[in-house]
Design a protein around this ligand. Structure first.
Ligand SMILES: [Zn+2]
Ligand SMILES: [Zn+2]
Length: 652
C-alpha cells in the first residue's frame, strides 16, 4: 500500500490519490497541481492547509481534473491551448462530429462532463511566483495536444510536474492517447504522437529537473534514466508494430525508413480474383451460376447503383426465366460495423429485399449503434435477419458458406469462408492486406494474447488454408505462406511481452484497449420519471480473476446518489455491473421558470417557438443530453471518472 502523501522538499508535497497532486505549501495556504479525487481533503487537513489559493491543471482529461470541490475564489490556471476544453465542454458532447464517423480523437472523450471556471491560461514560457516558489510553464504535447509541464523552483531544487507524458521509468499510463494522424486522420496514426512525446520529454530533460512528478504514476528521481528507458522501449514497440503492419500496403512512404529491416515481413504479391466476383467500393459480390448475387457490405449509395447497373447489363439473373423477376440479390453479409461498410445499408435493404446475415458480435453494434462509442461508427441502423456463431455453415447455391467471429481489424468483426467452384475464399473484411495486419487504430480493440485478436484470426487462417483472402478495400486477392503466418504470430507474441512492459498493468491490453471498461448502452433515450438501465462492462485482460467497482455520477442538481457496486470477473473474460438509474420527473426543477408563461406552452419543446428567446434561453431543454461519468476502481486501483454514458432525456 502506497503512502497517502510524501514530501519532496521543505515546501513541496505530493498527494498520492488515484492521481498525484502536487501541493506547494506556504504555512496554511497552498497551490495545487492536478487536484482530483476525494482523499486529497484528508491530506490537506493533515498538513494544516486551510486555504487553497491556486490550482493548476496539466491537461483537460476528466480523470485528473474532477472530484475535488473547489471554492469560488480559487484561481484556476490551465494550458492556453486547452482553454476551450475546460469551458466549452457542451460543444464536445452535443456536436455530432464528436459522436459519429469518428476518425479523429483529439480532443479525447475523457472530456469534462461540466465546465470548470478558469482564471488564468498559460502558454509556453509563462512565469509567475507563488509564495516561496517560482513557476515556469513548458508546452509539452503528446498525451494531449495542449498538455503543459509546470516547473517549480523551490527550496533550491527544480521539480517538473509533467502530466501524463511518462508514468515511471520506461512506462506509459496508456497508449491510446497517442493515437494521432501524421499525414492522415488520427485513425491511421497508431503511436502517431510519439515524436511529439519525444520532443516534449527532451524539453523537460533540458530543463534539468531533480524529479519528475507524473499525473498518473510514480515520482521519478532520475529523470534522465526514466526518459531514456521510455524512448528506447517505445522505439522497440513501434518497430514491432511496423514489422507486420497492413498500413505499409496503403501508405508505403510513411514507412520508407523501415524498408528491408530485419524481422519485418516482406509485402506479398496479390493475385487476380476468380471471374465470378465483382468489387466496387468496399463491397464484394459473388455471382452464382444461376445468376443470383451474394453481397457483402454497403458503405455508399454508389454500390446500390453499381449493382443495379449489373442487373441492367444482364450480369445478374441472366439464367432465370424471362417471365419471372428473379430475386437477384438473395443474401447479404456484413463484415464489420465501420461506416464505410454500413452507411448505406438501410437504403440497400430497402432496394434489395434479401436476407441480412452477420456475426453475433457485429450484430450487437450495427443493430444499435447508439449503444457504442467506437472509431468510424455510423448512426445507420441495420436490420439483421440471421445472427451467426463461430463456425455456423449454410449452403448458398453451389457455395458452402461458413461464418466466424474474426476479431482482426476490430473486435466487432466477422470472417466468411466461401467454398465452391474449386476455390476456398476467405472474406476477411478489412483485417489483412498483403503487408500484414490492420491494427493501426487502438480504439478498434485489437487485443493481444492467446486466442484473442489477431492471434485468433491467424490460427483460423492457418486451419482453413484459404486459396484466396479478400480485403474490402483491395482489388487483388492474396494468401500467406506458412512462414508469413508464423512471422505474424511470432511478432504478436513479442508484442504481448514488450507492450506489457510498457504499462503499469499485468497485461498489455489494459494500456492498448481503450474499451476495456465501457458503458452499455453508451447512449440511450430515457423518459423523465422512469428508471434507466445502465451496464458497466469490463474486460478482465489478466490471467487471474479481478474485482471491479463502478459508480455512475449523476448531475448534482438531480440530488440523487447511486451507490457503488462491485463484481468479480474470471480471468480473460468480460464482466458487467448493472445499475438502475432513476430519472427525475422534471429537469426543470430547481430552475427559475419562465415568468408569465404557462408551463404547457414551453414544456415538451426543444425550442419553444412561440416564446421570445430571452425568456427561455439558458434553460435546460427537454431533450438535453446528459453526460454521466462513471467512477471505476479495478483490482483495488482507483481510476477516477474513467468512462461515461449519455442519457438523452425525452418527454415528460
Ligand atoms: Zn490524461
Ligand atoms: Zn474497417
Amino acid at each position: 500500500m502506497q503512502t497517502r502523501f510524501s514530501q519532496l522538499s521543505h515546501h513541496l508535497y505530493v498527494h498520492h490519490g488515484h492521481v498525484n497532486t502536487g501541493i506547494l505549501r506556504d504555512g496554511d495556504r497552498a497551490l495545487l497541481i492536478d487536484p482530483s479525487g476525494t482523499t486529497l481533503r484528508t491530506t490537506l487537513s493533515d498538513l494544516g492547509i486551510t486555504d487553497v489559493e491556486q490550482i493548476l491543471f496539466t491537461h483537460h482529461h476528466r480523470d485528473s481534473t474532477t472530484g475535488f470541490p473547489m471554492s469560488d475564489n480559487v484561481r484556476v490556471g490551465i494550458p492556453a491551448k486547452e482553454a476551450a476544453w475546460f469551458s466549452e465542454v457542451e460543444t464536445f458532447w452535443n456536436d455530432s462530429q464528436y459522436r459519429w464517423h469518428l476518425y479523429n480523437y483529439r480532443p479525447h472523450n475523457l472530456m469534462l462532463a461540466n465546465p470548470i471556471p478558469v482564471t488564468d491560461t498559460y502558454a509556453e514560457g509563462a512565469q509567475f511566483e507563488w509564495g516561496p516558489a517560482s513557476l515556469t510553464v513548458l508546452e509539452t504535447p503528446g498525451h494531449t495536444d495542449g498538455s503543459v509541464t509546470y516547473l517549480i523552483d523551490v527550496d533550491g531544487e527544480r521539480f517538473a510536474f509533467s502530466g501524463d507524458l511518462i508514468y515511471d521509468e520506461g512506462q506509459l499510463w496508456e497508449l491510446y492517447s497517442l493515437q494521432k494522424g501524421q499525414q492522415t486522420s488520427d485513425y491511421h496514426g497508431f503511436l502517431g504522437a510519439r515524436d511529439e512525446l519525444t520532443e516534449s520529454l527532451e524539453k523537460i530533460r533540458e530543463a534539468s529537473p531533480t524529479a519528475l512528478i507524473p499525473t498518473h504514476g510514480v515520482v521519478m528521481h532520475t529523470p534522465d534514466r526514466a526518459i531514456d528507458a521510455l524512448l528506447q522501449r517505445l522505439a522497440h514497440c513501434y518497430d514491432r508494430y511496423v514489422a507486420i503492419s497492413a498500413l505499409r500496403h496503403y501508405f508505403p512512404k510513411l514507412f520508407a525508413e523501415f524498408e528491408g529491416r530485419a524481422g519485418h515481413m516482406p509485402i506479398r504479391e496479390g493475385r487476380p480474383p476468380p471471374e465470378f466476383l465483382r468489387h466496387f467500393g468496399t463491397t464484394w459480390l459473388i455471382i452464382s451460376e444461376n445468376g443470383e448475387a451474394f453481397v457483402m457490405d454497403c458503405g455508399s449509395p454508389n454500390v446500390i447503383k453499381q449493382i443495379q447497373q449489373l442487373q441492367a447489363e444482364g450480369d445478374l439473373g441472366r439464367n432465370s426465366q424471362a417471365d419471372m423477376t428473379p430475386p437477384e440479390v438473395t443474401q447479404f453479409w456484413v463484415t464489420h460495423y465501420h461506416d464505410d461498410h454500413v452507411d448505406a445499408i438501410p437504403e440497400f435493404q430497402a432496394t434489395f429485399p434479401c436476407e441480412t446475415i452477420t456475426d453475433s458480435v457485429v450484430a450487437r453494434v450495427i443493430t444499435n449503434p447508439s449503444g457504442f462509442r467506437l472509431p468510424c461508427i455510423s448512426p445507420s441502423v441495420t436490420r439483421v435477419d440471421r445472427i451467426t456463431g463461430d463456425g455456423d455453415s449454410w449452403q448458398w447455391n453451389e457455395f458452402t458458406m461458413t461464418a466466424y467471429h474474426f476479431p482482426g481489424q476490430t473486435y466487432y468483426h466477422g470472417g466468411l469462408l466461401v467454398e465452391g467452384r474449386g476455390v476456398r475464399m476467405f472474406f476477411a473484411g478489412d483485417s489483412f492486406t498483403m503487408a500484414g495486419i490492420d491494427d493501426y487504430c487502438s480504439g478498434n480493440r485489437n487485443l493481444l494474447g492467446k486466442d484473442a485478436g489477431y492471434e485468433k484470426c491467424l490460427r483460423r487462417i492457418q486451419q482453413l488454408k484459404p486459396t484466396h483472402i479478400f480485403n474490402c478495400h483491395v482489388d487483388p486477392a492474396f494468401d500467406f505462406t506458412d512462414a508469413e503466418i508464423q512471422c505474424m504470430l511470432d511478432t504478436l507474441a513479442e508484442r504481448e511481452k514488450c507492450y506489457t512492459a510498457l504499462f503499469p498493468w499485468d497485461h498489455a491490453n489494459y494500456g492498448m484497449d481503450e474499451q476495456w471498461v465501457r458503458c452499455y448502452p453508451y447512449e440511450q433515450e430515457v423518459a423523465r420519471g422512469e428508471t434507466a438501465q445502465l451496464s458497466v462492462e469490463i474486460t478482465n485482460h489478466s490471467y487471474e480473476p479481478r474485482t471491479a467497482i463502478a459508480q455512475p455520477i449523476l448531475p448534482s442538481r438531480w440530488g440523487i446518489e447511486i451507490a457503488s457496486a462491485e463484481t468479480t470477473i474470471p480471468a480473460r473474460s468480460d464482466g458487467h455491473i448493472d445499475f438502475s438509474v432513476p430519472i427525475p420527473q422534471s429537469e426543470w426543477e430547481g430552475f427559475v421558470t419562465p415568468t408569465n408563461i404557462p408551463q404547457s406552452e414551453w414544456e415538451g419543446f426543444v425550442t419553444p417557438t412561440n416564446i421570445p428567446q430571452g425568456e427561455w434561453e439558458g434553460f435546460v431543454t427537454p431533450t438535453s443530453r446528459i453526460v454521466i461519468p462513471v467512477d471505476i476502481t479495478y483490482d483495488e486501483r482507483p481510476l477516477g471518472q474513467f468512462r461515461e454514458a449519455i442519457f438523452v432525456l425525452t418527454g415528460d
